[in-house]
Design a protein around this ligand. Structure first.
Ligand code: FE2
Ligand code: FE2
Length: 322
């Protein structure tokens, strides 16, 4: 399987962008999967198993939870994971269609690759909506997903291309970190959820290659002033993601505390709230930025002063996710 995120700069393959797009098409066709035939395969969620792996959920920081409560903790996070991806893929799909138009009368290989990319994101949204429905069937009433996908997409797409492509590469690369966490040996982890991480990552690997190509192309088009504005927009976008994560972590902590069973002490409640937020900051903000591939591309495009601006702005979020 072609995996962009595991490649080193020296082995990344063809430098010509048309060839790289052609490789994405080839890999995309080879690994193409179907929601029902390959991922779901007639299975229901087994609520006796965990949905989110411990490495992502941070459940080990709550040693006072019983095994059943720890499982429920992972179910809440898994449900939010499905909703968060359905959310970001709304704007990513729209942006990819917009980018494809730039190739409509030009590089037909790039056009085909980006259309496949957009089609895959539509499929991923369908998958995650389906997972949300399946999760809802086996979980108590009262769960809410706070942000609205279209409102978020509107807000993201109002920012400049340089920043939107940076955020998108970050998101598509963090599926690598999430997949890696899901393959840690853990017999308590749901097989269906393991497959969700695996199959999603397979297609996200191609998306990350195309994000990088498009981001570098945009970077070559912008002026120094526009790049500076791009950095400002990127910082604003990451702070917006953190705002979404804070609101959802608070909602999920309330739901968990109300439905998990026991009456927790004030100290335990505070720890539960803090762990949801730390886990979500790790999953949706920090894990992508920490992937060497993302840092390498960002460093090659931003000036040292801009890298410092980004680092300073994001340090408090990174520290809070540690
Ligand atoms: Fe996706
Ligand atoms: Fe993607």
């Amino acid at each position: 399987m072609q995996s962009a995120v595991l490649e080193s700069p020296a082995t990344r393959g063809p430098s010509n962008t048309t060839e790289r797009y052609a490789k994405c098409i080839e890999t995309s066709k080879r690994i193409r999967w179907d929601i029902d035939r390959d991922v779901i395969r007639g299975r229901e969620f087994d609520f006796g198993k965990k949905f989110m792996p411990d490495g992502l959920s941070k459940v080990r920081d709550l040693p006072f939870l019983t095994p059943a409560e720890a499982r429920f903790f992972s179910h809440v996070q898994g449900r939010t994971y499905a909703n968060m991806f359905a959310l970001v893929e709304r704007y990513i799909g729209a942006k990819t269609i917009e980018l494809s138009k730039g190739h409509a009368l030009g590089d037909q290989v790039a056009l085909e690759a980006l259309i496949r990319f957009a089609d895959e994101e539509l499929k991923h949204q369908r998958l995650f909506r389906k997972l949300e429905g399946m999760a809802a069937q086996g979980m108590p009433d009262g769960y809410t997903f706070v942000p609205d996908p279209n409102e978020v997409a509107d807000a993201v797409l109002s920012k400049c291309n340089w920043a939107v492509l940076a955020l998108t590469l970050d998101i598509e690369i963090f599926s690598q970190a999430h997949y890696r966490a899901s393959i840690e040996a853990d017999p308590q982890l749901s097989d269906l959820w393991k497959d969700v991480f695996l199959f999603h990552w397979k297609e996200e690997s191609q998306h990350a290659i195309m994000d990088e190509i498009e981001w570098r192309a945009e970077d070559a088009r912008v002026t120094a002033r526009q790049r500076e504005d791009g950095v400002t927009d990127l910082i604003a976008l990451v702070r917006s993601v953190d705002g979404i994560v804070q609101a959802q972590a608070a909602a999920d902590a309330r739901y968990f505390i109300a439905c998990a069973g026991p009456t927790y002490s004030a100290v335990e409640k505070a720890l539960i709230e803090e762990t949801f937020l730390r886990a979500y900051r790790w999953q949706y903000v920090v894990s992508g930025a920490g992937e060497p591939r993302f840092a390498e591309v960002l460093k090659s495009l931003a000036t040292p002063a801009q890298m410092e601006r980004i680092g300073t702005a994001l340090a408090p979020i990174a520290a809070a996710a540690a």
